[in-house]
Design a protein. Structure first.
Length: 275
C-alpha cells in the first residue's frame, strides 16, 4: 500500500463502522450488536476502503479490530447478503467475492500491525477477518467457526484456505474448513490460532495494552517484519534470505537504527520515530 495520496480527501465519517483514533492507535468496531455484528455489503466496502486510507494518512501505527455487544462477528448477514446473492448473476457474484477477498488482502498488506479483539463468536467471514489479523487476543469463552460448508459453499473463502494452514497446519485447517464445527478458545490456543488468551470481558483491555506497546515501539521495524512475513510465505529459502538481506541493509540506514545505538550508549530508552 502506497502512502502517496492523490486528490481524494480523508473520509471523516464511516457509515458502516465505528472508527476512533488516539495516539497512533486506530480502533475499528463492528457496530451492529443486535445482529452479532453481521457484515453487510456496506461494511465490507468500508473495510476495503478504510485500510488503504489509514495507510495513506500516516497517523496509524497499530489497528485494533473489535465488535460491539455479545460477539466479535457472526459473519455475513443472512438476510442482507445471503438472501441478496441468490438474486445476483455470475458477474455480480464474482465482484462481491472479490471485494471480500480485498478486505483480507488489505489486512495482510496494510503497513501496520492489526489486532483482533475476539469475544463471543467469530464465525464465517468474522473468523476469517480475525485470521487475517496479525494478533488475535481471544477471551476464554470465545469460539471460532468457519461455517462456509454449512451453507453449501467451499471452505476456501476470502483466502481462508491459504491463511489457515499457514497458521494452524494443514490437518487442523482441513478439519476446521471442511466440517465447519466450532473451535473454542482453549483448543484454538493449542493449535496456534490464538496469540493471547484473555479473561472474559478483558479482550478489549488486553488488546489496548498490546496496541500501546506496538504504537510506542519501532514502527518501521514492525512494518517491514509484517511485509516480509507475508511476502515470504511462498518463497524458497534462497529468495527469502536475499529479501531479508536487502530489507536489513535498508533499515540499517534508518533513524531508528541510529537511535537504538545512541540510546544504548547513553543508557536511556530509545525514542522511536518510525523512520
Amino acid at each position: 500500500m502506497s502512502p502517496m495520496r492523490g486528490s481524494a480527501t480523508i473520509t471523516e465519517e464511516w457509515r458502516h463502522l465505528r472508527v476512533e483514533r488516539a495516539d497512533g492507535v486506530t480502533t475499528v468496531t463492528l457496530d451492529r450488536p443486535d445482529r452479532l455484528n453481521a457484515l453487510t455489503f456496506g461494511a465490507y466496502a468500508d473495510l476495503r476502503d478504510l485500510l488503504p486510507e489509514l495507510a495513506q494518512d500516516g497517523r496509524t501505527r497499530v489497528l485494533v479490530l473489535g465488535g460491539e455487544g455479545r460477539g466479535f462477528c457472526s459473519g455475513g448477514d443472512v438476510d442482507e447478503i445471503i438472501g441478496a446473492t441468490l438474486a445476483m448473476g455470475a458477474g455480480e457474484l464474482l465482484e462481491f467475492n472479490r471485494m471480500t477477498g480485498q478486505v483480507v488482502r488489505a489486512l495482510r498488506e496494510c503497513p501496520f500491525p492489526v489486532i483482533a479483539a475476539v469475544h463471543g463468536v467469530a464465525a464465517g467471514a468474522g473468523a476469517v477477518l480475525a485470521l487475517a489479523c496479525d494478533f488475535r487476543i481471544v477471551e476464554r469463552s470465545a469460539r471460532f467457526a468457519f461455517l462456509f460448508t454449512k451453507v453449501g459453499l467451499a471452505g476456501a473463502d476470502m483466502g481462508a484456505a491459504y491463511l489457515l494452514p499457514r497458521v494452524v497446519g494443514l490437518g487442523h485447517a482441513t478439519r476446521l474448513l471442511m466440517l465447519g464445527e466450532p473451535v473454542y478458545a482453549a483448543e484454538a490456543e493449542r493449535i496456534g490460532l490464538v496469540s493471547e488468551l484473555a479473561e472474559d470481558g478483558q479482550a478489549a483491555t488486553a488488546s489496548a495494552a498490546l496496541a500501546r506497546r506496538l504504537a510506542d515501539g519501532p514502527a518501521l521495524a514492525y512494518r517491514q517484519t509484517k511485509a516480509l512475513l507475508t511476502a515470504e510465505l511462498d518463497m524458497p529459502l534462497g529468495a527469502a534470505v536475499e529479501m531479508d538481506a536487502a530489507a536489513q541493509a535498508l533499515l540499517m540506514t534508518s533513524a531508528d537504527y541510529a537511535e537504538f545505538h545512541a540510546a544504548f550508549t547513553g543508557k536511556r530508552p530509545p525514542k522511536w520515530e518510525g523512520r
